[in-house]
Design a protein around this ligand. Structure first.
Ligand code: SAH
Length: 376
């Protein structure tokens, strides 16, 4: 790939020469979030013509089932007159569009909801705006929010940099493939102790890993690791959970992401460019960088923040319990010409060796609330 990431690479080398090695988290943050060369400012990253594909882009059923899940959660919250429907990292807004369409079956939920999108990418924000404006029923688009209630209600939509910007009130939060984009730290077990894994410049003007200062791996250091073992830490989760814990009103959150349910060691940092895995140093800022979510430590952090967890369960179990087979059958009967495509999409979401098994669903909620649908 000609020159991919060359500008950001030069800036990173200069920064390392000036200020010393970068932690993996600082490297990931720069590659993703840099105001000039960061990946999030790249256009059209998600979808068939982009770098990677996600569940809502594979099948409309994904977002529809989550929209109905949200409507049931709203009922279980006691049908509050005002509820924040929050999505973290909404991508192309396909999930939210499909969720809102399915939720028309629950018009009182739609009338109570305001949508809050947490998005770091300028181009994706613009795309989300266009997608959701096109999805609003014409009457709702023209009529002020309060007057839209009951018939053809379409929620007001606001964008925020972080969840801390979402106004108070009961909240339903959804996040598909968001946590895997949060920068991770990596520690390496070497000579009987954990050391920070850092990024340094190599002699050829590229980047390579090196060992940094001694570091604390927390509770996971209890397990005896072999030399070279890598332990990944996700400081961004603490920040997110602290923001959730600060909300006083009841909340239910749904996280869907790649990663093991049990504690695991290992290097999961991966670059993805044009639907292929690439070395994390191959194209800084041009390739997406993600790492698997570690659900066991995440659940411990959620409980330490005073919230309850349900799951994680494999995506296939989650979607199966929400009725993906029945929904696919109905959709195929109504659209016989698209039947093969609809079936292929559902099969892909459910594949035990693919998304169905590797992606897990985790619910996080205020402890007094009932278990959300599919987790009971
Ligand atoms: N949920 C979407 C997109 C997943 S890709 C889908 O399933 O298709 C990750 C999304 O999170 C993108 O929209 C990316 O721009 C956004 N994102 C990643 N890190 C973020 C952060 N720290 N703050 C806000 N948005 C972020």
């Amino acid at each position: 790939m000609p020159d991919a990431g060359a500008g950001l690479l030069a800036a990173l080398c200069a920064r390392i020469a000036r200020a010393g090695p970068l932690t993996v988290a600082a490297y990931m943050q720069a590659c993703l979030a840099d105001a000039d060369g960061g990946y999030w400012q790249k256009r059209a990253s998600i979808g068939a013509t982009g770098d990677f594909i996600t569940a809502p882009e594979i099948s409309q059923i994904f977002g529809e089932l989550i929209g109905l899940w949200c409507a049931v959660v709203w009922r279980d919250l006691g049908r509050p007159a005002c509820v924040r429907l929050v999505e973290l990292g909404p991508g192309r807004a396909t999930l939210m569009r499909d969720a809102l369409r399915a939720a028309r079956a629950a018009p009182n939920f739609l009338a109570a909801a305001s949508v809050h999108l947490i998005e770091a990418s300028r181009p994706l924000r613009a795309l989300q705006r266009r997608t959701l404006a096109a999805a609003a029923p014409p009457a709702a688009a023209a009529v002020p929010r309060a007057a839209g209630a009951r018939t053809g209600a379409f929620p007001a939509i606001a964008w925020h940099a972080t969840i801390a910007g979402v106004p108070p009130g009961p909240a339903i939060i959804i996040a598909n493939e968001f946590l895997d984009a949060l920068p991770i730290r990596q520690l390496v077990f070497a000579d009987g102790e954990w050391r920070e894994r850092v990024v340094v410049a190599d002699a050829a003007g590229g980047l390579r890993f090196a060992l940094g200062a001694r570091a604390d791996a927390g509770p996971r250091a209890m397990q005896p690791p072999g030399p070279g073992t890598i332990c990944e830490l996700r400081p961004g989760e603490e920040v997110l959970l602290a923001a959730l814990a600060r909300r006083r009103a009841p909340l239910v959150a749904l996280f869907l992401d790649y990663g093991p349910a049990a504690d695991a060691f290992g290097d999961t940092l991966q670059g993805v460019l044009a639907h292929a895995y690439v070395d994390p140093f191959a194209a800084p800022g041009a390739a997406d960088l993600t790492a698997h979510v570690q659900f066991a430590p995440l659940c411990r952090k959620v409980r330490a923040a005073g919230l309850a967890t349900d799951g994680p369960i494999p995506q296939a179990e989650f979607l199966g319990r929400l009725g993906i087979a029945e929904r696919a059958a109905r959709l195929m009967a109504a659209n016989p010409r698209r039947a093969a495509e609809i079936e292929a999409g559902a099969v892909r979401l459910m594949s035990p060796t693919g998304m169905g098994g590797l992606v897990k669903a985790l619910a996080v909620r205020s402890p007094h609330l009932p278990q959300p649908p599919a987790f009971g």
